[in-house]
Design a protein around this ligand. Structure first.
Ligand SMILES: NC(=O)c1ccc[n+]([C@@H]2O[C@H](COP(=O)([O-])OP(=O)(O)OC[C@H]3O[C@@H](n4cnc5c(N)ncnc54)[C@H](O)[C@@H]3O)[C@@H](O)[C@H]2O)c1
Length: 322
């Protein structure tokens, strides 16, 4: 096989980005798309000349289909992943892997039983900035690590877009929890999280959080995860990573990426990262080249454990041991 036939299930905000990423890959053909929303389905299918399906079940029967990207809402990942595995299709599932440990384990088990590849969409692992940070740490440039701080601030309208279907920890937390675990190279052993309660929210979920994480190797981490940036924010994001070691330190800023555009209507700091295209390419390549997935189901499960521990800690006011 020299080209992968791939389908996308769930054509919302990120599903659309996967479609456009897959469309530029040399070794993939976006042959099928599925969504329960008929309008979105027909527009997307026409745009990419892909076969439209109203359900995941129907898409999975598309002739010659090899693999799927699953980009449905979090709580639907389990059903779609298990079904895809049962149809023998390789899976790239969006983060979080699932919303419970049980669902996450069921997905991992289904992929193992079916012998299909399961990759979790941790886009930061494919961002040049984060890859450089990982390399600096792995090469010992910073010496022995002491601490790691991650910030992920998104725009305030994200919460309204998702209409309370998840809190910010489940939406953005998996990215940074995964990246911290990946870069520190050690498992989290204890998590303590607090959420701001100063501003009344339309949704009874956490919206601005600080989570401290103690790793097995002694490194201490802190993640600030929230979605209170104004929609007119010039970048629409404030993503940072600060790492301290005993021989050096590293500061990563994804808000400004070296391109700033100033006009009469204000400033813009566009993203120049190709993260999602590189993520999808890595998924396609690992299947065609018979290589291990770069991000595994157990990485996805580890991040879900961290998010759930942080949510429990907010609820109980106590640190949670992992
Ligand atoms: N990697 C990233 O940076 C990133 C960014 C955004 C979202 N996500 C993740 O991607 C997933 C989707 O998020 P989103 O923001 O795109 O959501 P969204 O609400 O914009 O899109 C979800 C889509 O799934 C469709 N859908 C719902 N039920 C379905 C079903 N049973 N079968 C087929 N389609 C169905 C909806 O009609 C909708 O078009 C979530 O898990 C989210 O956490 C990841």
């Amino acid at each position: 096989m020299d080209r992968l036939n791939i389908g996308v299930i769930g054509l919302g905000a990120i599903g659309q980005k996967h479609c456009s990423a897959l469309a530029v890959l040399e070794r993939a053909t976006l042959c099928a798309v599925a969504d329960v929303n008929a309008n979105v389905l027909s527009t997307t299918a026409a745009q990419y000349r892909a076969a439209p399906y109203a359900t995941a079940d129907d898409l999975l029967k598309h002739p010659g289909l090899d693999a799927v990207v699953i980009a449905t809402p979090d709580d639907l990942h389990r059903d779609a992943c298990v079904l895809a595995a049962q149809h023998g299709k390789h899976i790239l599932v969006e983060k979080p892997l699932a919303t419970t440990i049980e669902d996450s384990q069921a997905i991992v088990a289904a992929a193992e039983t079916a012998g299909v590849k399961l990759m979790v969409g941790f886009t930061l692992r494919f961002s040049l900035h984060y890859q450089q940070a990982k390399k600096a740490v792995a090469d010992g440039v910073l010496g022995s690590l002491v601490s790691i701080f991650a910030r992920r601030q998104n725009v305030i309208s994200q919460a309204d877009r998702l209409k309370g279907r998840c809190g910010v920890l489940m939406f953005l937390g998996p990215h940074d929890f995964d990246v911290m675990r990946w870069i520190v190279g050690s498992e989290p052993v204890s998590i303590y999280s607090q959420a701001a309660t100063s501003v009344p929210s339309a949704y009874p979920i956490e919206n601005e959080t600080f989570t401290t994480i103690k790793f097995a190797n002694g490194v201490v981490g802190c993640a600030q995860i929230g979605w209170y940036l104004q929609d007119k924010h010039p970048a629409g994001r404030d993503f940072k990573l600060d790492i301290v070691g005993d021989k050096g330190s590293l500061n990563l800023d994804q808000m400004r990426q070296g391109l700033e555009i100033y006009t009469a209507t204000g400033a813009k700091f566009p993203s120049v990262s190709a993260g999602l295209v590189d993520e999808d390419r890595a998924f396609v390549d690992c299947i065609l080249d018979h290589k291990p997935v770069p991000v595994s189901g157990s990485d996805g499960l580890a991040a879900v454990r961290m998010v759930l521990a942080a949510m429990t800690s907010i609820e109980t006011g106590q640190p949670v041991s992992l």
